[in-house]
Structure formats: C-alpha cells, structure tokens
Design a protein around this ligand. Structure first.
Ligand SMILES: [Fe+2]
Ligand SMILES: [Fe+2]
Length: 288
C-alpha cells in the first residue's frame, strides 16, 4: 500500500470513494447530501483526498502503458465468476468490520435493482460483474490504480474531473506531447483508441470482451468515466459508435450509485438464478 493511504484497508478507500462520489460529486438528483457527509474529521474522507492526489499525480501515459503490458495478458489466474466474487470478498474480511456493504453485496444489489426494473438479462449480468476488476487489489495493486474516476491519458486532463487541481503534479501536464486538447490522438478517433487511466474498469473490459454484448462492454469499460458520461467532456475524442453507446453507460450509472437496499439480497437464495445467467454468457473458467 502506498504511503498516503497506509493504515486504511483497500476496501475502506473503495467504499469511501463510492460514498464520496454519490454524496458530493454526483448526488442523486433532488436529494440532500447526507448530514454525516460534513464530518470532515472522518479519516476516510481525508483518505479520499489523498487517494486522488496520488492517482492524479501518477497516472501518466507511460504508467498506463506499463500497466497494460503487465496485466492484459490475462495470465494470472483462471477463475469462475463465483470464484472471482468469493475472491473479491476476501478484501472485506481483512478490513474494518463496521463497513455495512461488502463488495459482493454491492454487486448483488446493483444486479438485483437492474433485474427488478425488468431489463435484459445481460444488463443484470453487468450489475453482478461490473466491479470484479477490483481483484487487482488482491494482486497487490495499490488503490490509486484500481478504483476512482477514470479519464483519458495522453491528452489534456479535463477540469471537470474530480480533484482536477492535482493534475498539476502529473508530469504529463507539462509535457507538450500530452498536454494539448487532442494530445497523441486524432479528433473523433473513438474511445477504443484512447488509453484510459488504469483501473478495474479497463481491466475487466479485457477480461470480458469476448463474451458480452457491446452495450454491456461499454458499461463495464466506462462506468467510472464520469467526465464523459456525467460531465459530457471528451466528446472530441468520440466517434458515432461511442455516442450511440453513451445512453447505455448512463443507464447503468444510477444502479451502481444508488442501489443500496435496506434488505440485502441473499446470495445463497439467488445462486441458482445467477448460475444460469452466468452459464448463458460466460465459460466455466475465465482468464484474469
Ligand atoms: Fe466500479
Ligand atoms: Fe460499483
């Protein structure tokens, strides 16, 4: 774990980040921020700030290329979805017992909320899968290159990215190859040709890319790209296919952010349904 986040478990940072995004950065329309949000004494909040400072300083174009080379061969393990879920949940077992929503509960609550609204089965499956890329934490990766908002590298950082002021510590912001509006890219080249900051979204996209319909892959790959799907930045890098997929990414987001349920779904009861769903789309062993 890095210096600035040591003493706080990976899960605590992920949890604090998601609450932060939900409550302050992108609150649900017409709702008031939670009262306890103003508790800046909460060490987890300071951790979120420190997290972004480190993330924005270190996610450079070169760093992302190195991480892709390191992880995208997908030769670390072969796991079923259930094994990956169980594996991800070991993250929680090591962390603060006060946290009320473990990783598996977040995935299940997301998928069950999607199912309750009558969406297509692959959409439900995205709910269950979308954060499985956080297994990167279990490979020893620090939080700042697993979770958090994602953004393109290799071109100017948008001011609409959360805590964008910390990008002035990123060497790419002073590099003339990377600090113009288009940077190393061509106008309208399409997001598939853009390097995104490294994290669980991009990683899981590569794990799942042979198995799921295109809108599902967009939801997985860009669900933390708030500057695009919430702030409508970076349209100059998009092509018409990206624009056609954007509504799907936006449709997924509320389920990710606002589906905390007072009655937690029971994994054991739901297992038969999800077993069939997983078997319909995915092989028994998936390369991670
Ligand atoms: Fe996520
Ligand atoms: Fe999530």
């Amino acid at each position: 774990m890095s210096e600035s986040t040591k003493g706080v478990s990976p899960h605590q940072v992920g949890e604090a980040w998601e609450e932060f995004v939900q409550e302050q950065v992108y609150p649900e329309p017409n709702t008031k921020a939670k009262e306890d949000y103003r508790n800046y004494e909460n060490p987890a909040r300071e951790t979120v700030r420190a997290f972004y400072e480190e993330n924005h300083r270190k996610q450079t174009y070169e760093f992302v290329q190195a991480k892709r080379a390191e992880f995208l061969q997908l030769n670390r393990s072969q796991m079923s979805v259930f094994e990956a879920c169980d594996y991800l949940n070991t993250l929680v077992d090591d962390s603060d017992p006060d946290i009320d929503l473990d990783q598996l509960q977040h995935l299940l609550q997301t998928s069950e909320a999607i199912r309750a609204d009558g969406h297509e089965d692959w959409f439900v499956l995205v709910g269950l899968l979308h954060d499985l890329g956080k297994v990167l934490c279990l490979y020893g990766e620090p939080q700042w290159c697993v979770v958090g908002d994602t953004f393109p590298v290799g071109c100017r950082f948008s001011e609409r990215i959360v805590y964008s002021e910390y990008f002035n510590q990123n060497p790419d912001s002073r590099d003339p190859r990377y600090n113009t509006k288009l940077g190393v890219y061509r106008e309208g080249c399409g997001l598939r040709n853009i390097l995104m900051s490294w994290g669980h979204d991009e990683y899981l996209y590569h794990v799942m890319k042979d198995y799921l319909p295109e809108p599902a892959l967009y939801m997985i790959r860009y669900h933390s790209f708030y500057a695009w799907h919430r702030e409508h930045e970076y349209d100059w890098l998009c092509d018409d296919h990206d624009r056609a997929m954007l509504p799907w990414v936006k449709k997924f987001n509320p389920y990710d952010l606002y589906s905390k349920s007072p009655n937690p779904p029971n994994w054991e009861q739901l297992r038969p349904y999800y077993t069939d769903l997983i078997n319909k789309y995915l092989p028994a062993a998936i390369a991670f």
